[in-house]
Design a protein around this ligand. Structure first.
Ligand code: TRP
Length: 366
């Protein structure tokens, strides 16, 4: 139920709306446990480079958990998002294949999860137009994530697609009536736009029967992994260990990872972020507590820690990497899997678009 005072919520993220989003997320987590099949999850990634261990522990593993709980799952390859801030790179087809291979190798199962590329779903893209009519320029202008992404891309001018991208993302979520969107905090302003659009559409065009459910963010307590340079692990910072890295590459990258001058290893993320990050990575791979891992290494120092974490990563990802190597060698199969997902997504998008046209009284001539 919506409180009347929340109906005025716009694209801006206030402390209040963050607290609300957190409360909704906690309720949702509970509902997913008791009634997983009642929910439909939608999330996605842009195909701009290989996924890394930060993605794995931050979100991929959670998607597989939700899939295995029986939640209806949609994972989208956000290929149109790549042209919000750059020319369509010639490498896009390979990048899409790589993303598919990453998804499948970690256990996202196309039998249970619809994997699709949003550029291929015309019904989804057509929703973008009526949705644009439901937000104001002033609201779009307040979205901090759009500004951050434009700045991060090093672009002086913001493209029209970047400016309106949160509305496109609303179409990504609402075309399949998604209710659960696992995202990080940075995506909350976008999600707020999707919620506003759902609410306004319902009020304007379907006042008696709510047509679109309001999607909610699932803010999992994902650990933030740092890259080998001590900054947040990120595709664009060149500090990431890719899921697809070989055992040797992993060893080389970790041997270069920052540590500190204190010999005895402890787990203290605030005052020893670099060492603690390696301890955390080992602990995640070994499914142990970081404190216990730090204690075990103790006087062994940074060299022993690096040996341990390298072995832990390589062990944990051995099967995933093997699987991924096989998948990437059969691109025809990857494309078949994507085509099947696209087909299913297109059916749903066409049905939603037909409903939307009917509700908007624009279903003449078809
Ligand atoms: N914008 C998201 C990102 O940059 C990716 C994305 C596109 C997405 N469409 C989505 C995430 C829909 C959740 C729901 O990471």
């Amino acid at each position: 139920m919506d409180h009347p005072e929340n109906n005025a919520v716009d694209g801006e993220l206030t402390d209040r709306s963050f607290a609300d989003a957190e409360a909704r997320s906690a309720r949702l987590e509970e509902e997913l446990r008791t009634d997983p099949t009642a929910h439909r999850m939608l999330t996605g990634d842009r195909p701009t480079g290989p996924l890394h261990l930060g993605h794995y522990f931050g979100t991929l593993r959670n998607r597989v958990r939700l899939q295995d709980l029986g939640v209806q799952m949609f994972v989208l390859v956000a290929d149109y998002q790549t042209i919000t801030d750059r020319d369509s790179p010639r490498s896009l087809p390979e990048d899409v294949d790589a993303l598919l291979a990453d998804y499948l190798s970690v256990g996202i199962d196309p039998e249970h999860t619809t994997i699709f590329a949003h550029s291929q779903i015309s019904g989804l893209n057509q929703l973008f137009l009526p949705f644009l009519s439901m937000v104001s320029v002033a609201e779009l202008n307040r979205n901090p994530t759009v500004k951050d992404e434009t700045a991060a891309a090093g672009q002086a001018a913001m493209s029209g697609l970047m400016f309106t991208y949160p509305v496109h993302q609303a179409a990504d979520i609402l075309f399949c009536k998604g209710t659960v969107v696992p995202v990080g905090k940075d995506q909350l302003p976008h999600l707020e736009v999707a919620r506003v659009i759902a609410r306004r559409f319902n009020r304007r065009y379907s006042p008696k029967r709510r047509y679109f459910p309001e999607p909610a963010a699932l803010l999992s307590e994902a650990p933030v992994l740092l890259g080998t340079d001590g900054q947040k692990m990120s595709k664009s910072r060149n500090n990431a260990i890719a899921l697809s890295a070989t055992a040797d590459e992993t060893a080389r990258l970790l041997s270069r990872a920052k540590t500190d001058a204190e010999r005895h290893i402890t787990y203290d993320p605030v005052s020893r972020p670099d060492v603690s990050n390696l301890v955390l990575l080992a602990a995640l791979c070994l499914e142990r507590q970081p404190e216990a891992v730090a204690e075990e290494v103790g006087a062994g120092g940074a060299a022993a820690l690096k040996r341990l974490v390298t072995e832990a990563v390589n062990e944990r990802f051995r099967d995933i990497r093997k699987q991924r190597a096989e998948l990437i060698n059969d691109r025809a199969q990857l494309r078949r899997i994507l085509a099947a997902g696209n087909e299913r997504a297109a059916e749903i998008a066409d049905a939603t678009l037909a409903d939307v046209k009917r509700l908007m009284h624009t279903d003449y001539g078809s």
